[in-house]
Each structure stands twice: as C-alpha cells, then as structure tokens.
Design a protein around this ligand. Structure first.
Ligand SMILES: [Zn+2]
Ligand SMILES: [Zn+2]
Length: 660
C-alpha cells in the first residue's frame, strides 16, 4: 500500500511513502504518523491511500515509521476540501493544515500534552425559550427542508426572527440523523445560540472559535468527529469542523466581513461553506438583513431566495430621522447634536435603553503639531497614532505604544494638539450630559481586556445599563428588547474611505445597527447624524429601500469592473526595504502579463497603508471574467509563492474584501 502524507512543517505538497505490512490494517485517512524526511523523523497526516501494485518510480520510497495515535483527524470530504482550498486560494496544503489542526500540526512534541475539558461559561443570562414559528417563518423552514442539498438565501429584515428558523432547521435535520454547522460572525454570539441549542440537544452541541486554547480545540475536534450527527456553533474556522453526516450549514449575517480571514490562508467562510456543502451534499443557508450585493447577484441564478418582510412579533420597523450636521456645525463643538440629546433624554425618561454607534477607538484620532501641521506617526507604520487613556499613543495596525511626546518630532514645537474625537471622548460627553444614566462601552480595547465583552453584553441585556456606546461590534446580531433608540453619531466615518467596498460596508453597518431599535413592545427610533443626507447610502436607509442602494452600487461596480461583474485577486508583497518589495511585485506583474488567459491588471502601487510593523507594502490588483478558468494562472502563482525569496513575503488574496 502507498500513502500520500501531508507534512505540516514542509512547504511542499504531499509526499509518498510505503505503508509497511504490519501497519496496513491500522492505517486510514486522517491518521497522524511518523515519517522520515531527510535525516529526521517528522509528523505527518495520511492524506490519501492507494492499494494495488506500486507504480514505477525513479526513487526508492521510504516507509512510514509508525503511527502516532490511533485516531483519525479527518475524512475523505475534508481531504477534498483542503485540496480545493489549496488551489482556490493559492496556498500550500501544509499551511492550510496548520490552520485547521492548530493544536498539533507543527511537531510531535505537542502530542505529549494531556487533554483538558473545555471551560463551561458561567453566566446570569438565561437563554430565551424556543418559540413556535410564525406563519412566515414556518413557510421558509418547510421550503428549505423540501429543497435540501441546495443553496438558500434567507433575505429577512432585522428582527424578523431568523435565528428561530435556524434552531428549528437544525432540529429537523438532526431528526433525519444528520449534523449541522451554524456559523456566526462573532465569538460572543456563539454562546447565546449554543446555549439555546443545548437546551434541546444537551451535550451534542460544541462551540468552536479561535479564542479556544489549542487543547480545547483538539478536544472539541475529537468529540465532534466521534458523534453521529453533532451540532457545531462557531465563528469562521468552525466551517472545518469534522461533523459527521453533515446535512446543514448555516451562515448567519452572511454579509459580515469577519467571515474573511485577513491572514494566510485568506479564505472566506462563505466560499468554503459553499464547497463543503457541495462535497457533503448538504443544504447551505445564507442569511442576512443586508445580503452582499455579490450574494444577491449570484443568488438570482444559484440559490433559492426566501424573504422575510415582517418583524417577529409584528413589531413595526423603526422610524429613521436624519440630523443634518451642517446646520449645527459652528455653534456646537459637541458630538451629540441637540435633536439626539433630546431623544436620548426622552428614552431615558421612559426607562428605555439607548445604543450609540461611533466607530473610532480611543480618546482622540491623532495628535497634530499646531506649528508645522505634521501629525505623530507610528514609528513602524505609515499611519497616525491614536490617543488613548493616560496620554498613551497607540498604533491600531501594529500595536506599537508610546507616551505623548513633549515636542513635535518634526519641528520641535511644544504646541501639540489632540484632534478628532474617539469613542472614549463620546463616553465622557454622554456621562456629563446624562449624569444619572448608567453607561457602558464596547470596543476592541474593552473586548481584548475582558471576556470578549460578554459581561457588558449581559449587563445591557439584564437592564443594568441604560446606554451602550460601541463601535461596529454592537451592530451584530444581539437582541436587546429594551432598546427604543439607536443613535448613529457620525454616519460619514467610513462612507468616503478609499476602499472599493466601503460604501457597501457602511450601508450594512447602518442598517444592522438601526435594526437594534424597537425589538420589544415599543416602536423603535433611529437618529442618524451626517453631513451627507443626500448620499445614496443614507437615502436608501432613510427610505428603507434597499433597491435604491443596490441599483446605484451595482451601476458603479459595473462601470469599474468590480465584483460581481469580475472576480478579483490582490497580491501583496512586503519587505523591510521599500525597493525590495517594489522589485518583487514588479516581477510578479511581469509574470502575470505573460499568462494566458491574461487577467485585467491594475498597476502595482504602494498599498494605501504603505508601511505596517516596519515593513513596506506594495500591492497589485487583478481581475478576470467569472466564466474564465484561471486555474493555470493560480498554479503558476502557487509555484512562485512556494519558491522562497529572501526577505520578501508574498500574500495572495483571492476575492479580497478590502484593498487597504
Ligand atoms: Zn511641528
Ligand atoms: Zn504601527
């Protein structure tokens, strides 16, 4: 017998080994083995097995030395999935394996550690009971169950009770003896849904996300693999979970950019889910109140679309009001304009809760010299540093930290001014304006320092807070029935960002956060502060008319030749020296120009953020017609990436969601 073995520490693909007779009855796909490589013994995983006579090879094949553990970590479906990932995303197989088996893919030593049970999350929050589906939800559920094996899009307004449908779908699928994977965009959301599922399926439910320790992940992986039809709730990496008899994959909030991994392998969980469902002949359900324009476009041909137009429990859609900041600008240096202040006061008087969105971390956006006008830059990146508490300056790209300088590094002037307000300034202003309100804040600084923000979410859910101030993370999927007012403090923050997807992301964010209002008995109210009340994104939101946004966005995408009209890839090269990065990207550009079919190439340029963590970045965008087969081009790129060059790093981003 012959085995193809995947060796995590090797950048090559798989290597062939002979299976000695005494091991042949023990060996199967997914088993960890010890194999000789050069003069060492290394860890590998059985990727494929071939029976029958040996092919003639020029080289004498070596034998597998021994089995590490009598435990298969993956099956044939996962092998196919990894193979596909490697080709589609132009990433060596070994790197993908390290991603999906992070606990022990590197070396043999990690196998000697003991196993640990996963920690149970203790909490005051009691999950809402399962409820009976309303007529609209029931139709969607039945229709999906009648058309299994297909892709479905649930296009439902916020608060239309999509999660209830997921629970009932999972129950039905389990009834058929099949398992399910439910993906959510954020760790805090996994616990809420998992606990509701555990209500009914007890120990058959596992939580998988990147914040688990390697041991917890390994433990969960093995449990899932041993179950006949388990349920996994998790963030993007949970799409690789080895659920047996997989019958259903659900992507909640499919538009969310958290499904895209921004480091190699730069996969998108939606794309992987699509392939995984195909391999397992499982049903794929994408769901969102703001499906991506690309998803909507592709769904017209490839998916069954279900629309949910009424809010769950017949709540009315929140009323949206605009505050035109141009009318207030000079008279008011505050962040909250008078109409929003009055609305907050009214909500608080009625004992309602308020959410305020502001998407800038820290106290101030930057420090600028009054004399020469230069801001303070991060010493390692070409971005300005943000002012945090105790006059600490922080770089949001590489994490560098420094004290506030006494004089301007450019001209020596002592006149340094903090400009541009951050969410912590908003927090101070809110506390000052409403001294009796209980105010909480949620942003990445809070989440990183504590329990993923779970405590704050719960305090707000239990009505222990009146006002929740947060960055975009408060927009995601949480259900707080006490919120009657949502204030968007600055709708323009991301609207004009020089990135091809920034308008869509802004639209999604504003719709999602608006949807947090009025999920209880009371009518919801949303107040949007903006300088651009006539921008198509803002207009579409005020009128509650997505087609207004969709038509305009598609027109612009078509003109520019962006997705979904073309597929895109982005190649990023970084190096310690600017010239090295530039030379490398130009070499790749030249290589791509010779290829047939030739993709549309945009010129190689320094990336918008040219320097990050002390390394200079250049990038190159390419695009091609979605009907053109580019596998040959990808093969050549992969071969190029696998040849290591000194000091430069090449990353390939297929279907990028950002171009910064
Ligand atoms: Zn200066
Ligand atoms: Zn930096």
């Amino acid at each position: 017998m012959l085995a193809e073995v995947l060796i995590p520490e090797s950048r090559l693909g798989t290597l062939s080994y002979l299976v000695p007779d005494h091991l042949s009855s023990w060996i199967s796909v997914g088993i960890a083995v010890r194999v000789p490589l050069q003069n060492r013994i290394v860890l590998g995983y059985i990727f494929r097995l071939y029976d029958g006579p040996l092919l003639d090879t020029k080289y004498a094949l070596k034998e597998i030395e021994s089995i590490v553990e009598d435990q298969s970590f993956f099956d044939q479906d996962i092998v196919e999935l990894l193979d596909w990932l490697s080709h589609y995303y132009v990433v060596p197989l070994s790197i993908i394996l390290r991603q999906i088996l992070p606990w022990g893919a590197k070396n043999l030593k990690s196998f000697k550690e003991g196993w640990m049970p996963p920690q149970a999350e203790s909490s005051l929050w009691t999950p809402p009971k399962w409820s009976v589906l309303n007529a609209e939800q029931e139709i969607v559920k039945t229709s999906i169950l009648c058309q299994q094996g297909k892709t479905h899009l649930i296009d439902g307004i916020t608060s239309s009770g999509k999660s209830e449908i997921y629970l009932h779908l999972i129950e039905a699928i389990r009834h058929e003896g099949k398992g399910a994977i439910l993906l959510v965009p954020e760790i805090a959301l996994t616990y809420q849904l998992a606990r509701r599922l555990q209500d009914r399926f007890k120990d058959d439910v596992d939580i998988v996300h990147s914040a688990l320790t390697p041991k917890q992940r390994r433990d969960a992986w093995i449990r899932i693999r041993q179950r006949k039809n388990g349920v996994v709730v998790g963030t993007r990496s949970a799409i690789f979970s080895p659920v047996q008899n997989l019958g259903l994959i659900i992507l909640d909030e499919e538009h969310d950019s958290a499904y895209k991994q921004e480091s190699t392998p730069r996969y998108h969980a939606r794309r992987v889910a699509f392939k995984r469902a195909m391999l397992a002949k499982a049903t794929l359900v994408l769901s969102s109140a703001t499906p991506q324009v690309t998803t909507l476009f592709q769904s017209q041909q490839h998916a069954v679309t279900h629309t949910l137009k009424t809010r769950y429990n017949n709540q009315s859609v929140p009323k949206i009001e605009i505050v035109d900041r141009r009318q207030f600008e000079k008279s008011n240096a505050k962040m909250l304009m008078m109409p929003l202040v009055i609305a907050i006061k009214e909500a608080l008087d009625d004992k309602d809760q308020v959410m305020l969105l502001f998407n800038q971390r820290g106290l101030h956006r930057m420090v600028r010299c009054v004399d020469c006008g230069e801001p303070i830059y991060c010493p390692h990146c070409s971005v300005t540093m943000t002012v945090h508490e105790n006059d600490q300056l922080l770089c949001h790209h590489c994490g560098a930290q420094r004290d506030m300088p006494l004089v301007c590094p450019s001209c020596g002037s002592a006149k340094l001014k903090k400009t541009g307000k951050g969410i912590q300034s908003l927090e101070t202003e809110v506390k000052k304006t409403f001294p009796f309100a209980r105010v909480g804040r949620l942003d990445r600084d809070i989440v990183q320092s504590k329990d993923h923000g779970v405590a704050i979410y719960e305090a707000f859910g239990l009505n222990q807070l009146d006002i929740l101030i947060g960055t975009q993370m408060i927009a995601k999927g949480h259900h707080f029935p006490g919120v009657s007012l949502v204030g968007i403090v600055d709708a323009d923050q991301t609207l004009f960002f020089p990135d091809i997807f920034s308008t869509e992301q802004t639209y999604d964010l504003l719709v999602q956060v608006s949807g947090r209002a009025g999920r209880g008995v009371k009518e919801g109210r949303v107040i949007i502060q903006t300088y651009h009340p006539y921008h198509y994104v803002i207009e579409a939101i005020v009128k509650g008319d997505r087609s207004l946004f969709y038509k305009e966005e598609m027109k612009l995408r078509k003109m520019a030749g962006f997705p979904p009209y073309r597929r895109m890839a982005r190649i990023i090269v970084d190096a310690k020296e600017d010239i090295k990065a530039q030379n490398e990207i130009e070499k790749i550009e030249a290589l791509l120009r010779q290829l047939r079919p030739d993709p549309v190439l945009y010129q190689a340029t320094p990336a918008l953020i040219h320097r990050v963590g002390g390394r200079f970045r250049w990038h190159l965008l390419l695009a091609w017609d979605p009907h053109v087969d580019v596998s040959a081009m990808k093969q050549q790129l992969l071969a190029y990436v696998q040849r290591s060059t000194t000091g430069t790093r090449v990353s390939i981003d297929i279907d990028p969601v950002t171009t910064i």
